[in-house]
Design a protein around this ligand. Structure first.
Ligand code: AMP
Ligand code: MG
Length: 498
């Protein structure tokens, strides 16, 4: 791993602090994403080398890298939190690859000037969760930061209990967050704010340069990407858990996997983060929160928008208009996703109600969200609706919906016709069989920790990764990873502590 360039570092000292990673003693490789390594042009032999292990443990900085912790601020749980920053993440630099440029970041490689009360470390539990979920989201086709590797160590960190530590290597075109913009805006540092915005536009949103107001165009583009991401979350039943503005990517990527959860039974008001007492980040509030966060980004960009517009009233109006895109893009994207889940490529009158009605049924019975959609897909493929029907207690009510749905499906072609087969294919490509349920992650983590018989076993994490990378495929030998959650799963408490 060489040929780093460090374009973020060129922004200047106001944006970061340079510092070397503090590594892990006696590291061992826990997880590797071969797909990610491939995309970066890193071969298996090198990934298995001691050099790779030491780099991903933070023990040596790769040639040409320029490790730095960036500074950002943000709103946490709706309240201005002031300066935050990379408290335990270090950007090594950027690799130029055949598949584009990727920044490489180590998470958990020691304290930085932005660590505040934290120890700069990440525990194995949260690192494996972040690694698996990054790759799972990518497999689901949801915009996300990626993960290359997890390296573990027996060194302990204090959380609710003592836990072993790890470093997760994250990969993304950029790790810039809404909070980076808020940081300079709050401090009235408009020059730095402009430098940052120009950098992001130049590198990631070049089409905005042509707009009358490039900064408003940036806000509109980020709003659209965030809407697409939020729609994908809702459709798959993903709860992020900590949608603070410092956890919102300027590229509309899912970032900072902490207390996230995929829904088991469908409960729209589900709160996955045990630290979120008010339910600010409940599943059904995510779209509104995404919009609220975009509003914060809009506020941060106001000085730049105003510089172009010339007066504050015009700037306000322009910014509001830029944000409006979310209100169109989110419902449009969600509707398209739900249509695909139902195997109905072209929306017609009544489809919206069909979707609303089935979600009401799922909510009433807390039906398993993922299993329902996959069973429905299989039922449409085989024309046998008994297995999906059996998921419901109130079958009479389900039958009413099913009748309406079957009549609607018929308009696309009857069973056995190519048009009908296209519908079931669409469903099987949009309703995953495998998601990263909490209990699956927990089992893989406990094996990796060596909890059962004192032997660290990383094979369960690898097996899980394999199905999550291609979650729409059958993987007939992994049925145990596609079932209902066991009773103990509902007692797992996932908090911000990581
Ligand atoms: P999060 O809620 O994980 O997105 O983190 C919020 C802020 O706390 C960020 O600035 C993190 O870098 C910082 N942080 C979280 N955990 C730690 C830790 N163990 N050590 C240092 N900083 C941390
Ligand atoms: Mg964060």
């Amino acid at each position: 791993m060489k040929n780093f360039n460090n374009r973020f570092a060129l922004l200047g000292k106001d944006f970061y602090t340079s510092l070397a990673p503090q590594g892990l003693p006696d590291p061992y490789m826990v997880c590797v994403s071969r797909a990610m390594a491939d995309a970066l042009g890193l071969n298996d032999e090198w990934m298995a080398s001691n050099e790779a292990l030491q780099i991903f443990a933070g023990n040596i900085a790769p040639q040409g890298s320029q490790p730095l912790a960036s500074v950002y601020s943000g709103h946490q749980f709706g309240v201005w939190a002031g300066q935050l920053g990379d408290g335990r993440a270090l950007l090594l630099g950027e690799l130029e690859t055949a598949n584009g440029n990727f920044e490489i970041q180590l998470k958990g490689a020691g304290r930085t000037p932005y660590s505040r009360m934290g120890d700069g470390r990440a525990v194995l539990r949260s690192s494996v969760r972040e690694f698996l979920c990054s790759e799972a989201m990518h497999g689901l086709g949801i915009p996300t930061t990626r993960a290359l590797a997890v390296v573990g160590s027996d060194m302990l960190a204090r959380r609710e209990t003592n836990e072993t530590t790890a470093v997760v290597t994250r990969v993304a075109p950029s790790f810039i967050r809404f909070g980076h913009f808020e940081h300079f805006a709050y401090r009235g540092e408009n020059e730095q704010l402009k430098t940052l915005a120009d950098y992001v536009i130049e590198r990631y949103y070049p089409e905005c340069k042509q707009a009358t107001n490039p900064y408003a165009a940036l806000l509109a583009a980020v709003s659209n990407r965030t809407a697409t991401m939020a729609a994908a979350w809702q459709a798959v039943g993903f709860c992020h858990g900590v949608m603070n503005t410092d956890n919102m990517s300027i590229l509309g990527l899912t970032i900072d996997y902490g207390p996230f959860q995929f829904l088991d039974g469908f409960n729209p008001a589900h709160i996955c983060n045990h630290s979120d007492e008010q339910g600010r980040y409940a599943y059904n509030r995510q779209p509104n929160i995404a919009y609220w966060n975009l509003f914060c980004l809009g506020q941060a960009l106001m000085p730049l928008i105003e510089q172009v517009e010339g007066d504050s009233d015009a700037a306000q109006a322009t910014a509001i208009k830029a944000l409006e895109g979310f209100k169109i893009e989110f419902p449009t994207a969600l509707q398209a996703k739900m249509q695909a889940k139902l195997g109905l490529p072209n929306a017609i009158d009544g489809d919206k109600i069909l979707i609303e009605d089935v979600l009401k049924l799922l909510a009433k019975e807390r039906t398993d969200y993922t299993i329902f959609w996959r069973q429905l897909s299989n039922s449409v493929a085989t024309n046998n609706f008994e297995p999906v029907r059996n998921l419901f207690i109130d079958r009479a009510t389900f039958d009413i919906w099913l009748g309406q749905y079957q009549r609607r499906l018929q308009t696309n072609g009857s069973w056995g016709s190519p048009a009908h087969a296209a519908c079931s294919d669409l469903m099987l490509r949009n309703n995953p069989k495998f998601i990263l349920r909490n209990h699956l992650a927990q089992t893989a983590i406990e094996r990796a920790q060596g909890k059962a018989n004192d032997v660290k076993d990383f094979s369960e994490a690898a097996r899980l990764l394999k199905v999550l990378e291609t979650p729409f495929e059958e993987h007939a030998d992994c049925e145990d990873l596609a079932g209902f959650p066991p009773d103990w799963a509902s007692h797992l408490e996932i908090s911000c502590s990581s």
